[in-house]
Design a binder for this molecule. Structure first.
Ligand code: FNR
Length: 191
């Protein structure tokens, strides 16, 4: 099987982000054909179309990082039953300038964790709509709403609960199969 590169965007800027912890745990759990790394969003200024004629270096690098991967994975918290502002800002940067939408035909997946029992479900539903508009083929199932409990992921980014570990492993297996299907229909253009 071919190896796929996945850039993950963490929707939290917090140093102790549980979503970044989840992303790192996924990186460890990933099958060897899925190579994952973070595409940082924290240094992006607030987007305005005033930048469209001349994107700053940080935004150009951000768009290039998305262009360089086979697929993106959004690992996001839910803030006030919605998408965190920092993540929406990053998506707005990536989607512009008009005609240069980084997400077009780029396979994507969603996952998130929160201490609450519905584990980011509302934010993810909203993010689905945004990614649909951005023309990103998005994995429908498996849905992954992870309730975070203290100790769920240890200091070495291992998932301590066996059923959650199995669930995440299966999620990644489905995700790699999804990426493969999308890229069979829409092969990547050379970058
Ligand atoms: C939250 N939190 C939260 N949790 C949730 O399940 N639904 C929600 O709507 C919100 N709203 C919310 C707003 C704001 C501004 C903050 C800071 C937090 C709690 C949230 O799930 C918790 O802080 C997680 O630790 C956030 O994930 P990261 O940032 O640690 O990855």
């Amino acid at each position: 099987m071919e190896t796929y590169s996945v850039g993950y965007l963490v929707g939290s800027l917090a140093k102790a982000s549980i979503n970044r912890k989840l992303a790192r745990a996924l990186t460890k759990l990933a099958p060897k054909h899925l190579v994952m790394h973070e595409i940082p969003i924290g240094e992006l200024p607030l987007y305005s179309y005033d930048y469209d004629k001349d994107f700053p270096e940080v935004a150009r690098k951000f768009k290039q990082a998305i262009a360089d991967v086979d697929a993106v994975l959004f690992v996001t918290p839910e803030y006030n039953r919605s998408i965190p502002g920092a993540l929406k800002n990053a998506i707005d940067w990536a989607s512009r300038p008009y005609g240069h939408n980084s997400f077009a035909r780029k396979p994507s997946g969603l996952i998130g964790t929160s201490p609450g029992s519905i584990g980011t479900a509302v934010a993810q539903q909203q993010l689905r709509g945004v990614l649909c508009f951005c023309n990103s083929p998005l994995m429908n199932t498996v849905e992954a709403y992870i309730q975070f409990k203290p100790g769920l992921i240890d200091d070495d980014d291992n998932v301590t609960d066996e059923s959650t570990r199995q669930f995440l492993h299966n999620y990644l297996k489905e995700y790699i199969a999804f990426i493969q299907r999308v890229l069979t229909v829409h092969p990547r253009k050379p970058v």
